[in-house]
Design a protein around this ligand. Structure first.
Ligand SMILES: NC(=O)c1ccc[n+]([C@@H]2O[C@H](COP(=O)([O-])OP(=O)(O)OC[C@H]3O[C@@H](n4cnc5c(N)ncnc54)[C@H](O)[C@@H]3O)[C@@H](O)[C@H]2O)c1
Length: 312
């Protein structure tokens, strides 16, 4: 079993590091266009094998797709990240060209590959990967909701003074500061609704902090985050590789579900060896339905930029 990670920057290298520690693949290929970077980071990771006790191998390569041949899964993290004050949407021009080429290269050497898209603006990049490749919709998955849901659980856990592991909470919709929808009315702490323990003001504050979670870190660090994004991508890859059937919010292609068509947007799905296998039904309130429709409009406007610039 081979897994490829494209982009050996902050998120890509962290994803590879998480994957190699999980011992779920014989080989992980880490690929970057910057000469030597992937090779160096891969060697650094391999030097932790004797300390951490894994047998998986991670190999770094410079833009050599032949090395990725026969991969079961790829994670695309190549592209530029946000700088303070930038929105994810402002990255579209640069990242669209990169993602489209990377998808073509991956498919040339691994025609059956399942692709996880991380590069931003993620919903639009996932849509681009699907439209430009024409492969089955289940093999293209966008990672954003898994991260946003983990951030939502972090905020809930902090407020409730609880363990994040005892929380069940998801974020749906677009992966953007204003488009994501933390579903606080559905969230539970050890099966009890969190609304039982939190005032309306506290709930609103948690939702707000979740939505600006990425921007908060970008302002603090000077670039976008990588630990939680890398861990989220690795958890999704593990569910594919080990056929775990775990549920994650992921950006998938909708054909009428949630009243949406021809769009990739975050909804809860079961992830297994087929990629995203099926959508988990979710009963949304009128207010949540409206928020989802608004979020989809924003993602659709972003997708239009791809058409306006003849990228798809
Ligand atoms: N979906 C999410 O939840 C999420 C979370 C965090 C970051 N991101 C996005 O992930 C992307 C990567 O973020 P980062 O912090 O790792 O950035 P980074 O700058 O640290 O790394 C990006 C890497 O991509 C490489 N690259 C550029 N073009 C390439 C190409 N054509 N082929 C191979 N490699 C190429 C660069 O050399 C660089 O090493 C950004 O678009 C960022 O916005 C998404």
């Amino acid at each position: 079993m081979k897994i490829t990670v494209i982009g050996a920057g902050a998120v890509g290298a962290t994803t590879a590091d998480n994957l190699v520690r999980r011992n779920i693949a014989e080989e992980i290929i880490l690929l970057d266009i910057k000469e030597g970077v992937a090779e160096g980071k891969a060697q650094d990771m391999m030097q932790t094998a004797a300390l951490l006790g894994f047998d998986s191998k991670v190999k770094g390569v410079t833009n050599d797709y032949l090395q990725t041949a026969g991969s079961a899964v790829a994670v695309i993290t190549s592209g530029i990240p946000r700088k303070p004050g930038m929105t994810r949407e402002e990255l579209i021009g640069t990242n669209a060209g990169i993602v489209k080429t990377v998808v073509q290269n991956l498919l040339e050497y691994s025609p059956d590959i399942i692709i996880l898209v991380v590069s931003n603006p993620m919903d639009t990049m996932t849509y681009l990967a699907l439209k430009s490749s024409g492969i089955a919709k289940n093999r293209i998955i966008g990672m954003g909701g898994a991260l946003d849901s983990a951030r939502f659980k972090f905020q809930l856990a902090s407020q409730l003074n609880a363990s994040a592991n005892d929380l069940n909470a998801i974020v749906v919709g677009g992966h953007g500061d204003t488009t994501m929808i933390p579903l606080i009315k559905h969230a539970t702490w050890n099966s009890i609704p969190v609304t039982h323990f939190l005032s309306e003001e506290e709930q609103e504050a948690i939702v707000h902090k979740t939505m600006v979670g990425g921007a908060t870190l970008t302002a603090l660090i000077g670039t976008s985050a990588w630990y939680a994004p890398g861990a989220a991508a690795a958890a999704m890859v593990e569910s594919i590789v080990r056929n775990q059937n775990r549920v994650f919010t992921a950006s998938v292609y909708l054909e009428g579900e949630f009243d949406q068509e021809d769009i990739n947007i975050g909804v809860p799905v079961v992830i297994n060896r087929h990629g995203w296998d099926r959508i988990v039904p979710l009963e949304l309130s009128e207010r949540e339905k409206q928020a989802f429709a608004k979020s989809a409009d924003a993602v659709r406007n972003m997708n239009q930029v791809l058409r306006d610039n003849n990228i798809i």
